[in-house]
Ligand binder design. Structure first.
Ligand code: ADP
Ligand code: ASP
Ligand code: MG
Length: 409
């Protein structure tokens, strides 16, 4: 007897036929006495479609974050109720619950919420009554009882957090790929499937753009010590286990994977006085607006005049708001100009093995230079190296770097 949480992503529940197939498969694999919780995403591109709908009202609907959350949460409600009905038609009692009904409590940051706590009594009650429980991913409620969504891809985080709160025996993330690969298999044909990856490395891959898991979900997995099994909705193959440490694979690799992120934008604040407090001024204003800043470079523009440039990247979705905030600060600092570049992308290598391999960065830069690809900004962490390149050469950059570290046999 086991308590199992299974999450199904948007492409997995894209049609009613797919929803029926999932219900059949889940029942087929269910052992007597097993307690099953499903966490579902919105059907197919529903979330994108809802955003587009809002764009019919205003160019920048994300200025109305609370209303966006009211709208976006409806996507997951459709798939959850349909999924519960699918089980019922197969003779299995089931119930759909919204995030708040399942006890998911968030902070107050609409559209970028974080789960603060989960009180899963209702879920336990329904499971004890013999029902399959279907919970809407991507959402919870704040202290006012308002819906708050968890950022794009947030159903992963809902699933892992709910698994943690229920003390589930396993957490499976069903998606349209059969595991985590050494690069996005849509971009790199020869990408290799991993049998395992550590939380630490997966978190870094996810943070740097590997969209197969939302970064916060990996943090949750580590926090609760729950191994996460990423696998295909459409096959029964074993996928990739995200866990604390490797159990079977050779640990002797330099990098684990190449991640990329197209959804970035560059902001340059040019010609500001090189005095203490400048960086604080700019970045605290962005932080107050809940905007994450990623790569940062401060460079000298004019030594005699003690003038500097501050260049950094933000998520493309935050650009409009970030520009507004930065324009305000730039005025105060008498900056010469604020420039925006949208045709940029980030390519990164990730792996704990690079710690003991000093030539790793040089190999990455060499692979890019051989293709004549210019690097705009470089940033590093303990287990990753990232380069900002032109968006138009991203695919070539990812493949060149992958070929360097994972040569084709
Ligand atoms: P879901 O709707 O199931 O949540 P997502 O589209 O969010 O699915 O995530 C799955 C997608 O993640 C894959 O189709 C793949 O293109 C992309 N992806 C990016 N990097 C990787 C990677 N390293 N390994 C596997 N998939 C990746
Ligand atoms: N439906 C939401 C999104 O598209 C959440 C998810 O799918 O994980 O981002
Ligand atoms: Mg996803």
């Amino acid at each position: 007897m086991a308590l199992i949480v299974k999450k199904f992503g948007g492409s997995s529940v894209a049609t009613t036929e797919k929803i029926m197939n999932i219900a059949k498969r889940v029942l087929g694999e269910k052992k007597p006495g097993d307690k099953i919780v499903l966490v579902v995403s919105a059907m197919g591109d529903t979330t994108d479609d809802l955003i587009e709908l809002a764009e019919g009202i205003t160019k920048n609907p994300y200025q109305y974050t609370r209303e966006m959350d009211m709208l976006l949460t409806t996507g997951e409600q459709q798939s959850a109720s349909l999924m519960a009905m699918a089980f019922k038609t197969l003779g299995q009692d089931a119930v759909s619950l919204t995030g708040p009904m399942a006890g998911v409590q968030t902070n107050d940051v609409y559209t970028k919420g974080r789960i603060k706590d989960i009180q899963p009594e209702r879920v336990h009650k329904e499971l004890d009554a013999g029902k399959v429980v279907v919970i809407t991913g991507f959402q919870g409620a704040n202290s006012l009882g308002d819906y708050v969504t968890l950022g794009r891809g947030g159903s992963d985080t809902s699933a892992v957090a709910i698994a943690g709160a229920l003390k589930a025996d396993s957490c499976e993330i069903f998606t349209d790929v059969d595991g985590v690969y050494s690069a996005d298999p849509r971009i790199v044909k020869g990408a290799r499937k991993m049998r395992e990856i550590t939380y630490h490395e997966m978190l870094e891959m996810a943070r740097l753009g590997a969209g197969v898991m939302q970064p916060r979900s990996v943090e949750m997995g580590e926090y609760f010590g729950i191994p996460i099994h990423v696998r295909s909705t459409f096959t029964t193959d074993i996928g990739t286990f995200i866990r604390e440490d490797y159990t079977m694979e050779d640990k002797d690799f330099v990098i684990r994977g190449v991640a990329h992120d197209e959804k970035v934008a560059k902001i340059a604040v040019l010609g500001i006085p090189n005095t203490p407090g400048i960086a604080h001024e700019i970045f605290s204003a962005l932080a107050d607006a809940n905007i994450d800043v990623d790569m940062i470079v401060q460079s000298i523009r004019n030594i005699e005049k003690n003038v500097t440039d501050m260049v950094f990247t933000v998520a493309a979705g935050d650009l409009a708001q970030a520009k507004k905030v930065v324009d305000g600060v730039a005025d105060k600092l008498s900056a010469v100009a604020v420039l925006i570049e949208e045709d940029v992308a980030k390519v990164s290598i990730v792996g704990a093995g690079m710690l003991g391999n000093p030539g790793t960065a040089a190999r990455m830069f060499g692979a890019l230079s051989q293709k004549g690809i210019n690097i705009d900004i470089i940033s590093t962490s303990e287990i990753s190296i990232s380069c900002l390149v032109k968006g138009s050469v991203l695919k070539e950059a990812v493949n060149a770097i992958h070929d360097e570290f994972f040569p084709k046999n």
